[in-house]
Write a protein that binds this ligand. Sequence first.
Ligand SMILES: Nc1ncnc2c1ncn2[C@@H]1O[C@H](COP(=O)(O)OP(=O)(O)OP(=O)(O)O)[C@@H](O)[C@H]1O
Ligand SMILES: [Mg+2]
Length: 313
Amino acid sequence: MTSFPIEVKDLKYTYDGRKFAVDGISFSVKEGEVFGMLGRNGAGKTTTIRILSTLLKRTSGSVEVLGMDPSTAGNRIRKRIGVVLQDESFDFTTVEKAFDVYGFIWGVSKPERDKKREALLKTFELTDVRKKRMWDLSGGQKRRVQVAREFMHDMDLLFLDEPTSGLDPIARRNILNMIKDLTKDGLSVLFTTHNLEEADYLCQRVAIMNNGKILASDTIDALKTGYNGLKTVEVKISGDQVGAESMFSKVTSGRVEPPIEDGLPYRIVTENTQETMQEIIKLAVAESVQIEWLNVRAVSLEDVFISTIAGGA
Ligand SMILES: Nc1ncnc2c1ncn2[C@@H]1O[C@H](COP(=O)(O)OP(=O)(O)OP(=O)(O)O)[C@@H](O)[C@H]1O
Ligand SMILES: [Mg+2]
């Protein structure tokens, strides 16, 4: 097996012949690693996964999946990959049957199917609902079946498009740990998520995408090192105060990132947290802005993500 199960160079894809949904991206995934594709809605993550997993033919660029070209070696590639797509599939069977059918399609023998199904039902905590029809499951239960049944067959490379969306925190953690374990045996994973804490936990390397382009790609540690020695001071303002914007525009001790959504704190990336906190309190008093809470923490992958998107937009 090649040591780069995925190699992509200058990949482009357009759905309508006008706009590129994927606009010249290059990256590679190493054997046994979890590579995370991060990006805002519409960035081009799912489109990239569809191309690599042989569901869409690229417009241009070069792509190698397990050393083969997905546009000509579709069948051979499909035998060795697993794909969990973002879109919900329609299933009319029971949970048990969904596992069995999947194993059958993959040519797994009946005794082996039974064994795998039992283990997966347990790991994914689906034993209680095993007799239920898929459409009677909760959203998160259905998602668990969709992810779990993919493990009915062996594979070298797994594509997971938002596998944890809708899962509760414990189910989420179980799935992440299971993926982590499988990579120890050499499985390579291309993974997308909007949960950056989970990307930080699971991925060795990530690519941050926006508008069809990769804005940054590296190990998470290296991306954070760009912020070496810096800390994030978070400041939550009580309610919706008119003076807040003017107050933060006067901060000079660090770089201010306004909240991306209502109700979230302002974030100030700074070298000197002491100075920043003093400055914030002084400004808040002067501008009569009330602070609800203030917090100091290390720079997170989310900080890197937001700055990268803001810088590259
Ligand atoms: N079937 C389609 N036909 C036309 N345009 C599409 C189609 N699917 C996606 N697009 C467009 O391509 C772009 C990239 O979409 P894509 O689904 O790859 O984004 P994404 O990064 O997976 O987003 P999300 O985080 O919301 O899943 C978007 O602008 C989207 O509107
Ligand atoms: Mg998507």
